[in-house]
Design a protein around this ligand. Structure first.
Ligand code: AKB
Length: 310
């Protein structure tokens, strides 16, 4: 039985992943950690700075942890405010985990990458696993470097590090912070509170998205797959559906025709324009049976129900 640690458990993906893993893993075998003092969950939690190799190693050894989900990162839009801080956190926390895996202190790692690894020269539609990648954000640069380091450690040191290139994640429980795709979450909260939404992207900006349940299901399926089936040693393309602010707004207007969205793009538009419109996730489908369950309509329906919007 693995003993599992989530690093960055209080964020958008971590808070839902911990709920899901706690269904399968005994209370005593699941540990959460983040940079804040307390957890919102009732699971075992300790404060941890992922940049401290010594603290990470001590906590992992003391608790006999064998599997780590390393989710701590600064996202694309926030990252542009302080590129060096973003590079430092995103890269050096990953190196800490990779080196613990290299030393065989941990046996298995999950680390999320992002569609931010793609750039202006990547193919725009149905973007394949292998294409030109010239990311324009420091977040994207750190994710692309991280992917290559995961591949290097897997091939050179025989580590077992697995990764998914996430599109924008839409979720109801914890809001993302500092991403370019955050609008696809924020819009539901404005809708719920009866306010108009001011969107920072142009109405027809199409980006790939995934509903949180699919994102979690993808992580769990990838981690359960036999290692030998995994041809991609860096990070797998994965996607749910593609949408624009206008398409989400239309779905919400079908529920309440008074709902209004105003569009005034800011610096995040340039980031969004450099990312793919849609993703081809054939390797994930072939290697570990990836299949999304949520399209846009189903996602909107689920968000409305989970956020208790009447
Ligand atoms: C962001 O917008 O920065 C993230 C991502 C696509 O990785 N949601």
């Amino acid at each position: 039985m693995s003993r599992v640690l989530i690093v960055g458990s209080e964020g958008q993906i971590g808070s839902q992943l911990s709920k899901e893993l706690s269904k399968e893993i005994d209370f005593d075998n699941l540990f959460l950690s983040d940079i804040c003092d307390e957890s919102k969950s009732d699971l075992k939690y300790f404060r941890l700075d992922a940049l401290s190799y010594d603290d990470l190693k001590k906590n992992i050894l003391d608790n006999d942890i064998s599997e780590v989900y390393h989710l701590a990162a600064i996202l694309s839009a926030k990252g542009e405010k302080d590129p060096m801080l973003t590079w430092n956190l995103n890269m050096n926390s990953l190196f800490n985990i990779l080196n613990l895996a290299k030393e065989k202190i941990i046996k298995k790692v999950f680390w999320p990458s992002s569609i931010a690894v793609f750039g202006d020269h990547s193919s725009k539609n149905n973007t394949p696993q292998f294409t030109d990648k010239e990311p324009i954000t420091v977040y994207g640069i750190s994710k692309l470097a991280g992917e290559n380091w995961c591949k290097y450690y897997n091939e050179r040191y025989g580590t077992d590090v697995r990764s998914l290139r996430f599109p924008g994640v839409i979720s109801y429980n914890t809001l993302p912070g500092g991403g370019t795709t955050d609008y696809a979450n924020d819009i539901f909260h404005s809708f719920k509170s009866g306010k108009n939404y001011n969107c920072y992207l142009k109405e027809n900006t199409i980006l790939p998205m995934i509903y949180i349940d699919d994102a979690i299901n993808g992580i769990v399926k990838l981690m359960e797959s036999p290692k030998d089936n995994l041809r991609i040693k860096s990070s797998y393309n994965i996607s749910g559906f593609s949408t624009s602010p206008k398409m989400i707004a239309e779905e919400l207007k079908n529920i309440n025709k008074e709902f209004k969205v105003e569009y005034k793009s800011d610096f995040r538009q340039i980031i969004a324009d450099s990312w793919p419109n849609s993703i081809k996730d054939k390797y994930a489908r072939e290697d570990w049976d990836w299949k999304e369950n949520f399209d846009l309509k189903k996602t909107v329906k689920e968000m409305i129900s989970k956020l208790n919007i009447r």
